[in-house]
Design a protein around this ligand. Structure first.
Ligand code: NAD
Ligand code: GLY
Length: 364
């Protein structure tokens, strides 16, 4: 952990994971941490003003606690609140935030705080990467998905009319402060969305994590579960920050998931789509002889246990047509993350002509 932060918490009361990428930063996970936001900002930056970015729902729940903690350290707080939902992750909201900061005289040495889920983190992170050619930002994730995935690794983006995350940047945060108490107010469905990613990490490279969420209630082990996921993501980001190789393993289950989201006009949530994608790739990889062992029974049981779907009604043809237009396709081939067994996944390059036959073995 950064030495400047060490005195803030009793030893063992928080879990800290350090990410070393184009910037080195800590991911601090623990209970009741939002009240320490101001102290962290004071110790890590010279900011006089903090721009607190959150959606209306999150702001109503946690905005005041963060603002109070900043005010206690004499930091001016400017709150920028936007309507919740994926539609707000747009160029329009991005430019409205940039104009807001310019109007209020925000400088490069000031700081953005992204308080919320992945929508807030992606939007605020992108704004931080382009305002005055770049300023620092801190991630304060309040969804399980943001805690285990989007707040770590520096991918920022907004959606364009043609598709999701089509404009963005790599911009690592100054700090990720993950207060697990905030997850208590998360609707069940949002918690389940995060669990799809947690289960993905288990299949990807952590059989113990998989067993933990398979045999116990993840809600009772949040710091441990989030910590293990962040450590896996940290390792992949450190090896391949700009996503040209092994970081693509994080897309396990996501190739089909993106197609399911698109075919449903985004009425199927990202987490539900990832669950369908994970179940599908496991079945299809086994049927195609790419793995010797079937993980489908264990995987599908754990997905269902957390209230996630494992199938959908879209036809193979519909889904594969969408996959072929995916930005992750490279020429005539596509890279698929294939689970060899629980905790071991590899990247496999498949000719796009084989896709429809490959996915024909999924559960319908
Ligand atoms: P989100 O930010 O929209 O949050 C989901 C909903 O939960 C919102 O309605 C929000 O108001 C509400 N909410 C958030 N925290 C809450 C809390 N503690 N209590 C009650 N309600 C709360 O969505 P998300 O699922 O967190 O993130 C999805 C986004 O993340 C997508 O845009 C996706 O593209 C992006 N993403 C980015 C990365 C990355 O690496 N940058 C990775 C995965 C996903
Ligand atoms: N969520 C995938 C990545 O960060 O690469």
């Amino acid at each position: 952990m950064n030495a400047a932060l060490e005195a803030l918490w009793r030893p063992g009361s928080v879990s800290a994971i350090t990410v070393t990428a184009s910037r080195t930063y800590d991911v601090i996970i623990g209970q009741d941490l939002l009240k320490d936001t101001g102290a962290c900002v004071r110790r890590l930056s010279r900011a006089q003003t903090a721009v607190l970015v959150s959606d209306d729902q999150v702001h109503a729940l946690y905005g005041q606690a963060v603002a109070d903690s900043l005010a206690k350290e004499g930091i001016r707080v400017l709150s920028y609140v936007f309507p919740h939902g994926e539609e707000a992750k747009s160029a329009q909201t991005l430019f409205s935030l940039l104009e807001f900061m310019a109007e209020h005289g925000v400088t490069r040495t000031d700081l953005i705080l992204a308080l919320g889920g992945g929508v807030t983190g992606d939007l605020a992170g992108f704004a931080a990467s382009i305002y005055l050619r770049g300023m620092s930002f801190i991630q304060l994730p309040t969804t399980l998905l943001a805690a285990v995935d989007s707040s770590v690794g520096g991918k920022t983006a907004v959606n364009l009319t043609a598709g999701k995350n089509l404009a963005g940047s790599f911009h690592q945060p100054l700090l990720v402060l993950c207060d697990t108490n905030t997850l208590a107010s998360l609707p069940e469905q949002e918690f389940a969305c995060g669990m799809a990613e947690v289960i993905k990490y288990g299949v990807l490279s952590d059989p113990e994590l998989f067993r933990l969420v398979e045999t116990q209630d993840a809600k009772n082990h949040l710091t441990q579960v989030i910590g293990r996921c962040v450590a896996i993501k940290r390792d992949l980001v450190q090896k391949d920050e700009f996503d040209t190789g092994s970081r693509q393993l994080l897309n396990l289950g996501h190739t089909l998931a993106h197609a399911v989201e698109k075919c449903s006009h985004f009425s199927v949530s990202h987490g539900a789509a990832v669950a369908i994608g994970l179940a599908a790739v496991a079945r299809c990889a086994y049927a195609a002889g790419l793995t010797r062992e079937s993980i489908s029974e264990r995987l599908e049981n754990v997905l269902v246990r957390y209230g996630l779907p494992i199938s959908c009604d879209f036809s193979n043809e519909q889904l594969c047509q969408v996959i072929l237009t995916d930005k992750k396709r490279s020429g005539q081939s596509i890279h698929l993350a294939i689970p060899r067994q629980i905790g071991d996944t590899f990247l496999y390059t498949m000719d796009v002509d084989r896709l429809e036959e490959f996915y024909s073995h999924r559960c319908r």
